[in-house]
Design a protein around this ligand. Structure first.
Ligand code: NAP
Length: 292
């Protein structure tokens, strides 16, 4: 697919959903967002963000070569332990020499640390194929950058929350939460702090791996309960593992099984101080029209 955009100093966003849209809205220079569906491309264009619908992993991608920055915000594609979607995308960018490449990974690469602290220096031990795909993607991005002299930034991102990404529907449905004593510390980041970190990393000289979390250890139950209080919804019922295994989704159970305390030791170097969850939940609710 020929994207048609040829501007110098172009910022290419590969994947432009929840995070990418907020990042793109703050950028005034030339940019192009690549998304999977025509509907998403149309929504972005209506918001003033140049966008094309294309399959990043489809092998038929033609992108402008004169790129200033590449921001990769799409999840891995397919099964197995390797991210073939990113491999195809990087192959299509063979001739490009961007100044910086930012890859959004996840804290899932650390696997289950039995509740222990992990930081950017901790060797990742991914415990499932999804996390192994993320680690593979990080390494692909780093190798691609190394041969080009491109600055490579990898963000290991915790659970992203913000406006329209709060567990309000789960609360309204009366879905229970796993009691804190049965799970590990939680880790999350407000979307606008993640966006600010992306901007800082793209503009500055940062390089390497950064954990993107607000550092607050609230469990998922404690976070959800705080959302309930601030949104004026009934508190969720707390349950133990035996019941959780019957009523919670497999994806959520896998997330709850990985116990680790993720420390964002390098984040201050980006000049970012993430807001605590109480502030982040309030900010999100206000943006959604809840009374402040
Ligand atoms: N949600 C979390 O809590 C969390 C935590 C850690 C890391 N992350 C990761 O951080 C990144 C950004 O998150 P997000 O919440 O902004 O994700 P998102 O809202 O799901 O957006 C993903 C974007 O990737 C595009 N995409 C997916 N497959 C594609 C393909 N084959 N070809 C082209 N585009 C494709 C989607 O296009 P369409 O809209 O057309 O489908 C969408 O624009 C993602 O990699 C996500 O997995 C998320």
């Amino acid at each position: 697919m020929e994207t048609g955009a040829t501007s110098a100093r172009l910022r290419l966003m590969a994947g432009c959903g929840y995070v990418g849209t907020r990042l793109a809205q703050r950028w005034e220079g030339p940019q192009l967002a690549l998304v999977r569906t025509a509907a998403s491309a149309e929504t972005l264009r209506r918001a003033g963000i140049p966008a094309q619908a294309v399959d990043l992993g489809g092998g038929a991608l033609t992108v402008p070569e004169d790129l200033d920055a590449v921001v990769y915000l799409a999840p891995p594609g397919g099964a197995g332990e390797l991210d073939e979607r990113l491999r195809a995308f990087l192959a299509a960018l063979e001739k490009a020499r961007p100044r910086v490449f930012l890859y959004a990974s996840t804290t899932g690469v650390y696997g289950d640390a039995g509740g222990a602290e992990v930081d950017e220096a901790t060797p990742p031990v991914p415990g499932n194929d999804r996390a192994r795909q993320r680690l593979d993607a990080e390494r692909q991005a780093q190798a691609w950058c190394a041969v080009r002299g491109t600055r490579c930034v990898v963000f290991r991102v915790a659970a992203i929350y913000g406006p329209h990404r709060l567990p309000l529907e789960r609360l309204r449905r009366g879905e229970p939460v796993l009691r804190p004593e049965d799970t590990g510390p939680g880790h999350r980041i407000h979307v606008d702090d993640l966006v600010a970190a992306c901007e800082a990393a793209l503009a500055g000289t940062a390089e390497g791996i950064f954990n993107l979390t607000d550092g607050c250890p609230w469990s998922l139950a404690e976070f959800t309960e705080r959302v309930a209080v601030l949104a004026g919804l009934p508190a969720p019922r707390r349950i133990g593992w035996a019941e959780a295994e019957r009523v919670l989704s497999p994806g959520l159970l896998a997330f709850l099984r990985d116990r680790r305390r993720v420390l964002p030791r390098r984040l201050a170097a980006l000049g970012i101080t993430p807001r605590p969850p109480d502030t982040g939940i309030r900010d999100s609710l206000v943006e959604m029209g809840f009374p402040g």
